[in-house]
Design a protein around this ligand. Sequence first.
Ligand SMILES: C[S@@+](CC[C@H](N)C(=O)[O-])C[C@H]1O[C@@H](n2cnc3c(N)ncnc32)[C@H](O)[C@@H]1O
Length: 464
Amino acid sequence: MSATVLEPAAPAWSEFFSSLLEDDPSMDAEKYHQLIVGRGFVDVTKKAVQNRLKRVRDKQRKEHEEVSAQAAKQNLNEKKTKCSVTGPDFELLGDPLSDHGRSTELKLSSDVVLPTGSWEIRKADGKGCGVFAKVDIAAGDVILVEEAIVVLSVPDAGNFVASVMKNQELGDQAAAKMDGMDVAKVMELHDSFADHLTGGVADGVSCEQASKLCEKGKTFMGVFLTNAIPANSRAESAQLALCLNTARFNHSCAPNALYKCADTSESSDKHICVVRALRGIPAGQEICVSYMSVPDDVDFQGAFCMGPRAQRRESIRWLCGCPCMCAACAQDEQKGSASDDRRAEICLNFVTVHRGVEGLARSGGSGVAAAVEGACEEVFDLIKVEGLGVEGLRLIKQMAEDVFKSFQHETRPSPAFRSRAAVWARRLYEINRFMFGAFSDYTVELLRDAQSLAAQADHKSKRK
Ligand SMILES: C[S@@+](CC[C@H](N)C(=O)[O-])C[C@H]1O[C@@H](n2cnc3c(N)ncnc32)[C@H](O)[C@@H]1O
């Protein structure tokens, strides 16, 4: 797990902080800070949660009424969705097609931090413990905010077994500086050192020494490297942060949540981790994140999170010492191979769109935008079916950027065309808001773009 690169890059704390507070006028920075300082899990005001639940219930009731009315009218039993990008699982992106991006109202969830009672830690089949939803959670909800109990810079952390062996002393020194009760809590977490040895994932280490260490049972460094996540610190050397509850989230290749950790200020070594729902998560479902990294370049063929099951299983074996047991990898052969095909197609379409836009930029050609948009919509569909989390979001962001760019290259845009460009600007805005907070420069810029494009389109169509 320690070898992963957490995505997306952490926003500046102030932006992130503000975006968390945004929807809850009863919270102020001071109150929020006090809650966080209490270490760990934040029970934000009951009123905010009640409002959130009321909104969810109202929305569900309204949807139900609409669906029943429609079904009665058309004698249909199934709800038909108008736009492939919307639907309950994709609430995150709202329904930008419905209003041509004109509305500035956000379709995202409320950014309320759910109370700790909204989830529980219990046994997860074949994966030790895991975190499960106890209530229905909406896309975008902040599931937990937690302060790291220990942050360390560990040399060679990417090579788990060798690093645990080499850094025993570092672990013991860190433990010696901590409160005894805190050390005891850390030592309750899983240590996958033994799993790595049984799984045969121990490159370049002496078997004899490794087995000796294994006989000792859990070690502080073993537990730390099994559970810590990239700290996204401003510090010069890479750091890893360990949070007691965040450590309990298992990996899924189709994650329904995202976690990220960042230091609170340049001068502070305090790190806060936030776990957020990527999709609606029904009560009882396990909440999983992705341990896998996504490279920054566009060659997603090489990204193991987008690879076929066999490749992903291997990657998780390397990170955790055992093959991946997530729902996406555990599907039967027929469904599993259909899923492999979809992921391959996503990669292919993604690269095609990206190259298409590059070509468009070079040739200044017109008319390509619509084709690029079509390919992008297809990828969105596939991403939705695959239930891709961060990877999906990052792909969507890149593709939305590509498509938006392709609209900007159009030499003689019609009003309808401008409306579509506004839709894409708005999509981009929503994605960026989710990933980087409402107040990042880019997010604000996108909102302006979306509004001005929509206004231009409106103006031109009225003149006609
Ligand atoms: C950060 S811990 C997660 C919580 C852990 N399951 C526990 O009981 O505390 C990481 C460990 O959980 C297990 N794990 C997490 N996701 C898994 C997955 N998809 N398949 C198999 N094991 C997994 C592995 O043992 C891994 O080393």
